[in-house]
Design a protein around this ligand. Structure first.
Ligand code: GLN
Length: 280
């Protein structure tokens, strides 16, 4: 492969990745654009542009990493969420498009202009920073139990320049004393330890602590629902992402805990993905 243009490089990489990735072509394009440091339109305007020897070598290295299973976002070091470019690494979950369902729903809520908002288990900071981008007047607190996650979220905040987010290390609510919020959001770990998906694909490169919870995946969600009662203002909302088969049990638990207006929202794929409720 001495000289390769962009179109040829994508074709070659796609065939390399086909046995290893369900999104071989897209992965190839994203990795190539990362190597040549261009945006997406370049693929279509300059398909015949030739790669330099060093670009080709770097691209081959990226493709080899993807063949070995590494997620594209770990290879590029970045993932877009809510149109924000976020740095990612192996200390947190890679932000998923599904989680934008939660952010979208927040936009429909009737919130005070200067709302106090809490994001539990912020990881890269994705949800907190997406909300900060929409609501500069909100005071947003973002917590994570992992020091590495807190460092990553802070670095994303600095890069994006939102100054209305405070990011702190905290095991769920442990670092917040008496403070109450108008809105609490979280994408907590919710996968059952026994789930065979944990040994397949990109999740193998993400921390189990961000994916897996005890009690068939419900332990952290139930802890949050229980404890949020002490930290929500009257009329405040709790929104939780969860697995597509968990909505019934979560609705039931919200009801047992005397929340009202319980509602489940579907993601883009039509799966139950977020349940919210109001503290009366
Ligand atoms: N939705 C993610 C997955 O299935 C898990 C996210 C989470 O546990 N919070 O890979």
């Amino acid at each position: 492969m001495s000289t390769f243009n962009i179109a040829q490089a994508v074709t070659w990489a796609t065939s390399e990745l086909l046995p290893h990735s369900e999104s071989a072509k897209l992965d190839s394009e994203v990795l190539l654009l990362h190597v040549i440091d261009k945006n997406r339109t370049y693929l279509f305007t300059w398909p015949e542009a030739e790669l330099s020897a060093i670009e080709l070598q770097r691209f081959e290295e990226c493709i080899a990493r993807r063949v070995s299973g590494e997620p594209v976002a770990h290879i590029t070091g970045q993932r877009e969420f809510w149109s924000l470019p976020l740095k990612v690494n192996n200390s947190t979950l890679i932000p998923r498009p599904d989680t934008e369902t939660l952010v979208e729903h927040v936009l429909t809520l009737n919130m005070p202009n200067d709302a106090q908002v809490l994001d539990l288990g912020t990881g890269t900071g994705a949800i907190a920073l997406a909300l900060a981008s929409e609501y500069p007047a909100w005071q947003i607190t973002a917590l994570d139990a992992s020091a590495d996650a807190v460092a990553l979220a802070k670095s994303n905040q600095t890069q994006l320049g939102f100054d209305n987010v405070s990011i702190l290390q905290s095991d769920w609510f442990s670092a917040i004393a008496e403070q109450k919020f108008d809105l609490i959001v979280s994408n907590p770990p919710y996968i059952d330890r026994a789930d065979h998906h944990l040994s397949e694909g990109d999740v193998r490169f993400e921390p189990l602590s961000a994916l897996v919870a005890d009690d068939n995946g419900y332990a952290d969600i139930f802890h949050i629902i229980r404890t949020a009662k002490l930290h929500l203002n009257s009329g405040g909302y709790l929104l939780l992402e969860h697995g597509f088969e968990q909505a019934d049990k979560i609705q039931q638990f919200f009801a047992e805990m005397a929340y009202i207006n319980i509602l489940t929202i579907k993601d883009m794929a039509g799966c139950d993905r977020v349940t919210l409720a109001v503290l009366p």
